[in-house]
Every structure is written in C-alpha cells, then in structure tokens.
Design a protein around this ligand. Structure first.
Ligand code: ADQ
Length: 471
C-alpha cells in the first residue's frame, strides 16, 4: 500500500500533541506507513541539505533546519505578514517587503530538495497550509510524479485581496500543480472558483494570452473538526474537575462567559470585549452576575501587528475593569497563557456561554471543542461569528457579525437568558454536527479523495460537503 507523507511547516514535538489536528494526523500515520516532514524548529547559519530522521512518540519524523535569514523571510515575513493578513482580508495589516518572497521560495525549494530523495514513486503527499503553497511546483520540477494534495487551514481570499499579494500569479500557478486542493468551507471553494473562472488572462499568464489551467486540479471543501467524544471524556477528567472546582470557588453563582484563542488580530478580541462592555452597560442586572474569562496565549509576538493587538486588548480590558469593577467584583479576567486540553475542557464545561467571534477564521476548533465538552443535561450556548468556517457547520449557534458589537452584546444577552429546553435542543443539533465532522473522518476523507482506497476503514465515512472541479 502507498505510504503517506505529511508535510507541514513544523513537525509535531515530543509529549502530548497540542492540537486535535496533530493527534488526528498522528493517528493516520500510526495506522499506515509513512512519515511527517517539516522544519525542526532549529535555526543554523549553514543548514544541512539532508533531512534527519527521528522517531518521536512512535512517529517517523524527517526534519530539516533553516537559516535565520531564510526563516525570517519565509515565516514572519511572507507567510505571516503578507499571506496571513491578506487571506484574512486584513490588507491594512499586511507589510510588504519584496525580498521576503525570495526567502519564501528558497525555503520551499529547500523543503523539496530534502524531501525528494526520501520519496518512493507511489507515496501520497499531503501538504499543509499557506507556508508551503509552492511545494508541489518545486517537487514537480525535481521530477516528482506522485499524487500531491494541499490543504489550506485558513480562508481563501476574495479576488481583490488576492490581487494585493505580490506574485499572486505565481502562487496560483503553484496551486495548479496539486492534484487536490482542500478548503475549510464552501465559502473558500466559491472564492477560489471565482478567481479560477474569471482570471483575466493578461494578469495571470506568463504571456498575455496564457491563463492558468486548473483542469487537472480537484477542489473541494473538507471542513475540519475536533474529536468531540474525546472532549466529552476530557471534561469529566480529574484535571478538568480540578479546574471546574477552582473556578467555582472564584465565581460562585456568576455565569461564565468564555473566550479561548491565540492572541491574533483575526480572532476579534477587542471587539469581543467591547461587546461584553455593552452587555454590562445596557443590562445592569448582569453586573455581579456574569464574568468574562478570556484566555489568549501570545502568538507570533515578534510581528509588530501582533504586539499592537496585544496592546489594544490590554487597553480595552483595562477600560472595562475601570468602568465596572468594584472592590469585591471584577467583570473580567484576561489570562495570557496556554492550558492543557483537560483544563481547557473543564473551562468549556463550566462556561455558560462560549464567545467565539473571530473576524474571519478558516474553521475555528474552539467552537467544536466547546460543543464536545458540554453537559448534555445542562449545556451552554455557543455565540459564533458568521465569518468563521464553523458557521457553515453550526447554524444552530447564535450567529453574529463580530464587527457589530451591539449585535454581539444582544446575542450574549439572549444566550444568558436562554431557557434550558432551547439550550438542549440547540446543543443536540450542534453535537450531531460536531460528531459528523470529526477530525478523523476529515483526514480520511481528504486522503481518500487524493488517492482512492488509501483511506480504507475511513472510506465509508467520507463527508465532503461541496465539490467543484475547476476547468
Ligand atoms: P488557529 O488559528 O490556531 O488554527 P483554532 O481553530 O481555533 O485556531 O485552533 C486553536 C487550537 O488551539 C484549538 O485546538 C484550541 O484548543 C487551542 N488553543 C487555543 N487557545 C489555547 C489556550 N489558551 N491554551 C491551550 N490551547 C489553546 C488554524 C486556523 C483555524 C482552523 C485551524 C485548524 O486559523 O481556522 O480551524 O487552523 O484547521
């Protein structure tokens, strides 16, 4: 049977994997032959061109080091200061330095050169995310004929935002070298199709008459999910119970409103706290009866726009504290650190409302995890941004426009006032959707589409909600 080769920017580290994605892909690799390839996390002035193999937690992992300059241009530069903001429609936050593109391509070429000698002809290659868009092109130029799939974890941009990205024509040509492109949501498939069908030949061809040919590339939505049953179990684990106990002691009868996010401008954190401020301003009865806990570990904090988001959030949390806090009551707690999954599951379980309001998000796994961790007899309410891919999966959540803080404040009020019967009915529908879109089936459905037969056990569980073959 074909081996599976997973390629991502970073390879998983030692110890319990942080995210459901790493767990799911580990499971895929644990059940089949193959290996995971990526950057080791080490920087060195003259990196070896050959990959090192290491077994970590029973996984075969092949890694390369990068030079500090290349890494800066590829990771903080082109990937996270140009592609991330543009794909999230935040062109105002993009910083463009033209030399970053060369570093981005150099690292992709370095990945390809180190990966190529490790490949067998029938290996199936699954490339993850925006850092590695050119990888298939680079591999093909070295002679790879393998099936290669690409999965984009973040949203695909509108055509206008795409045009704002330097070298977008080359990047789109790179995408056409994949056999399968997977997106999170129908929204992304539609944006890609819009580009592919309406591309102006004079803009995208190497010559004025040459349009890009996507006829050999299949494009489909494969919405990622979590492992809701694992979160249900975790929410009853000793670590979760300890967290619940600790929070109970601090909160008493106050209803907990919870936000859990990386500290990223795409997550809409300042807008969220502003909505909470409006809830307290408009509804005196909630003061002393609710508490917002926002957990937001720093992320990409060498990038200026991330530091600015952190400063803005500090300021707005301070403002809400100054406006509403009393000597014996604080309206919110803001914790800038990461927690293990069991502690998070405890927080999810206790929270009467999850406030998941990104301005734009590929999927948003926190929404899935929250649903999985609820008590079926007394579930909480999910307030969810309509601009998260998760909104397509969870129409029974209270869907809001996160830019409209009045609307979010009103959704918070509705969530806090929602009767038990309605909470249960909504949660049952949400849980059914979270189970349908679980992360294991997601991985198998992508692999099965990329290489029919490879998913085996998972083949029957395929759940692709939309498919467009772009000719
Ligand atoms: P992210 O932008 O990182 O992922 P998200 O989908 O919410 O966003 O996943 C975050 C993960 O990190 C969750 O599993 C969550 O439990 C964990 N996490 C967040 N805060 C944490 C904390 N304080 N402590 C511990 N863990 C924490 C990108 C895309 C998303 C897409 C995912 C997966 O931006 O849209 O859903 O990939 O494809």
């Amino acid at each position: 049977m074909s081996r599976i080769v997973i390629v991502s920017n970073r390879t998983p580290g030692k110890g319990p994997a942080a995210g459901g994605l790493a767990v799911a892909l580990k499971k895929v690799l644990g059940e089949r032959e193959g290996f995971w390839f990526g950057w080791s996390g080490k920087l060195t002035d003259s990196p070896e061109q050959k990959a090192r193999f290491e077994d970590i937690d029973g996984l075969h992992i092949a890694q390369i080091d990068l030079s500090p300059d290349d890494h800066r241009a590829y990771y903080s530069g082109f990937s996270n200061s140009i592609l991330w903001p543009s794909f999230h429609l935040r062109l105002d936050l993009a910083t463009i330095e033209s030399h970053w593109y060369e570093g981005y391509r150099r690292v992709n070429a370095q990945f390809a050169k180190a990966l190529m000698p490790l490949l067998k002809p029938d290996d199936v290659i699954w490339v993850h995310d925006y850092h590695l868009i050119p990888l298939a092109s680079e591999l093909r130029s070295l002679g790879a004929k393998n099936r290669i799939g690409f999965y984009l974890h973040i949203p695909f941009p509108t055509v206008d935002a795409l045009y704002a990205i330097p070298h977008h024509g080359e990047l789109m040509r790179d995408l056409s070298r994949y056999d399968l492109i997977g997106f999170q949501a129908n929204r992304d498939v539609a944006a890609f199709t819009d580009f592919a069908e309406h591309q102006a030949p004079s803009t995208f061809g190497t010559r004025p008459t040459e349009a890009l040919d996507f006829s050999k590339t299949e494009v489909a939505a494969f919405p990622i999910g979590s492992d809701p049953e694992a979160f249900a179990r975790l929410s009853n684990s000793p670590a979760a119970k300890k967290m619940i106990h600790r929070m109970h002691r601090a909160l008493g009868e106050q209803a907990l409103i919870l936000g859990v996010d990386r500290l990223d401008y795409s997550k809409g954190l300042p807008q969220r706290v502003e909505a909470y401020e409006k809830l307290l301003a408009n509804n005196q009865r909630f003061r002393r009866n609710v508490h917002l806990l926002q957990v937001a570990p720093p992320s990409r904090d060498t990038i200026k726009e991330y530091q600015e988001t952190s400063d803005t959030l500090d300021a707005i949390c301070g403002r809400v504290m100054g406006r509403f806090a009393e000597p014996d009551w604080a309206p919110l707690t803001y914790v800038k650190r990461a927690y293990g999954q069991p502690s998070l599951a405890g927080l999810y379980r206790l929270a009467r409302v999850a406030l998941v309001t990104p301005l734009r998000d590929g999927m948003n796994l926190v929404a899935h995890e929250y649903v999985g961790a609820q008590d079926p007899e007394n579930p909480g309410v999910l307030v969810l941004s309509r601009f998260a891919g998760a909104a397509e999966i969870f129409p029974e959540a209270l869907l809001v426009n996160p830019f409209d803080t009045d609307e979010t404040a009103e959704a918070l009020r509705m969530a806090l006032d929602m009767p038990l019967d309605e909470r249960k009915a909504r949660w049952q529908a949400l849980m059914a959707a979270a189970e349908t879109h679980n992360v294991d089936d997601w991985a198998l459905s992508f692999l099965e589409r990329l290489s029919p037969g490879i998913g085996e056990a998972g083949a029957g569980a395929r759940d692709v909600i939309y498919m467009a073959s772009v000719a």
